[in-house]
Write a protein that binds this ligand. Sequence first.
Ligand SMILES: NC(=O)c1ccc[n+]([C@@H]2O[C@H](COP(=O)([O-])OP(=O)(O)OC[C@H]3O[C@@H](n4cnc5c(N)ncnc54)[C@H](O)[C@@H]3O)[C@@H](O)[C@H]2O)c1
Length: 338
Amino acid sequence: MTDLRVAVVGCGGMGTIHARNLTALGLGEVVTFADAVPEKAAALQAAVGTGTVSTDIRRAIEDPSIQAVVIATHHDSHPDYAVMAANAGKHILIEKPLALTVTAAQRIVEAVVANDVQLMVGFQARFAPLVTRAKVFLPQSLVSTGQMIDPRWGEASWAQSPDRGGANVISQGVHTFDLLSYFHDSEPVAIAAGGGAFTHPGSALIDSTVCTIYYANGSTASAVIGDFGPAHHVKKSFYQLFDGEGKSATIYGYFAGLTLGDGKETREATTVAQLSPEEQDDYTGYRALMREFAASVGEGQPIRTGATAQDGLLATALAIGAFTSIRERRIVDLADLG
Ligand SMILES: NC(=O)c1ccc[n+]([C@@H]2O[C@H](COP(=O)([O-])OP(=O)(O)OC[C@H]3O[C@@H](n4cnc5c(N)ncnc54)[C@H](O)[C@@H]3O)[C@@H](O)[C@H]2O)c1
């Protein structure tokens, strides 16, 4: 599959990663680099070496010559651009979070379903090689803990703004919410959370949480999320999974280390250095995500590993549910949101 024609909307950090991976893997071509800031689009176009530059986002998305759109803008514009792309019949790779509200995320799901297009959310951790090994060994977790912690985010960062970013829990924490749902292989139905504006005192935004997630199948997980500084050993992320029948899996060091146990002894201890060169180069999963997206669009394959629009909605709902739970000091049913 080499003829996927794509518009990249949002030519900053993640737009760059996706554009480079699409082209470097020989999966397709970027036809338009679109950004509100023309210099950003021009710089990426020059680096990739194909396509044209535009600030006319609608025109880039509705271009009849493209099949897919990569949306890597700030969070406030995700819903409008995703709905625009779906209504134009384009398949969509969209960065997380799907939206800043449950209602907006639902709009995206409805447009994707109504137009019968594929949407994959940029939850690349599902494709990390050590996550894949953990999932093969322990396909369904009964009890888990997940942790994702950043260095403190600066006040000036767009991701810290209420309208464009939403702060750490909804910006970054959705990775953890989604990966836990993937490990539990069940829909989250409720959340109970503590937390607050711990690293940005006085802010109206919640930047830190410790929460319990309830799944439809009765299993449960806890998550620790925030920008209060990574732990020195497990670094930015850490997951520990138990199947309830003796198996456990521990993923640490931001997907760079894994141990698998059977209750009695360690079955396998793997670090990124022991992976194949190809896996080492993609140990966080971005290229594998692009491969599956291209296959789903180009060859009509269903999304198997990647996060669908519904998965993106659920991750957003968990973040919004955590905020409601913290503010109202109660367990929140996700069905009541939106
Ligand atoms: N999957 C991951 O691991 C990961 C990592 C970092 C960021 N992200 C996500 O990727 C997205 C982009 O983040 P980033 O770090 O690349 O940000 P960035 O600021 O580096 O790039 C965003 C680009 O989008 C443009 N833009 C913003 N709003 C726009 C609009 N309404 N219309 C057109 N262009 C617009 C900006 O000018 C900028 O060039 C966010 O959703 C973010 O959460 C994902």
